[in-house]
Design a protein around this ligand. Sequence first.
Ligand SMILES: Nc1ncnc2c1ncn2[C@@H]1O[C@H](COP(=O)(O)OP(=O)(O)O)[C@@H](O)[C@H]1O
Ligand SMILES: [Mg+2]
Length: 282
Amino acid sequence: MQAVAAPAPDPAADPGPAAVIEVEGVVTRFGSQTVHDGVSFTVQPGTLVGLIGASGTGKSVLLREMIGLQRPTAGRLRLLGTDMWSAPAAEVDAVRRRFGMMFQDGALFSSLTVAQNVAVPLHEHTALDAQTIDALVALRLQQAGLPAEAGAKMPSELSGGMRKRAAIARAIALEPEILFLDEPTSGLDPITARAFDRLVRSLVDELGITVFLVTHDLDTLLTSVDRLIALTRGTVRADGPVHEVMQVDDEWLRTYFSVRTLVAHDAGHSTTAASVAAPSTP
Ligand SMILES: Nc1ncnc2c1ncn2[C@@H]1O[C@H](COP(=O)(O)OP(=O)(O)O)[C@@H](O)[C@H]1O
Ligand SMILES: [Mg+2]
């Protein structure tokens, strides 16, 4: 059930660009626990889509299913037109090169320098020579907003914000068409988080990457995303522009937004102060 009415499809209308993400009737069960009970949505290229939902609603599981790491109980997940669970292995492998992923913990290999971390997917998926890889790594670090010197550092020598940028640099190493981010600003201070939001937005606006991100950060939602999808009780409860989703009559959504906007009001600022003191939901 979608709370925000989708416009009726007009068969004569220009279908527009093909969806890059297609999620259709996804059901996920772990034993007797039903995590997803028919989740469906599509994402058009060049958009920044946010996914929200209470802790444990299956956001991370859905991401893992989309990228072919965890098999859903039923339903279809297509990336760039390829069914991640029924296409031939070679086709799925080819699609793997065309998206990037930053996991919730943003883990880098701790024994490798930042530059070596960013080079990992290039070594894994291309036959480029060392010189070309070095040049590409330098470009990715720059695109992720890191100074060139950061490349020689070990992840432990970087601040939290810079580590996230390094993880982004690695996730965009192969110039992906889609980038999946799981709670990218969690654990960052508000100023660093806003800078990170701008970076993500620039990946969409300047590089044309489609970004699908799971977030609890209301600032990210209000200032960056083009569209918001809310998961509650295993289904898509709302799907649309943020201001529309905020109006949806749903208990969890009301609580979610009221807690965060109250905090913002108390702080005497606009909603941009919301995540400063908002309780973080893992
Ligand atoms: N491999 C697994 N086996 C059993 N249960 C799992 C597994 N992975 C996730 N779950 C359960 O699925 C639910 C959704 O998890 P998750 O997607 O991580 O939630 P979140 O929305 O917070 O990211 C949780 O109840 C979690 O315990
Ligand atoms: Mg999660």
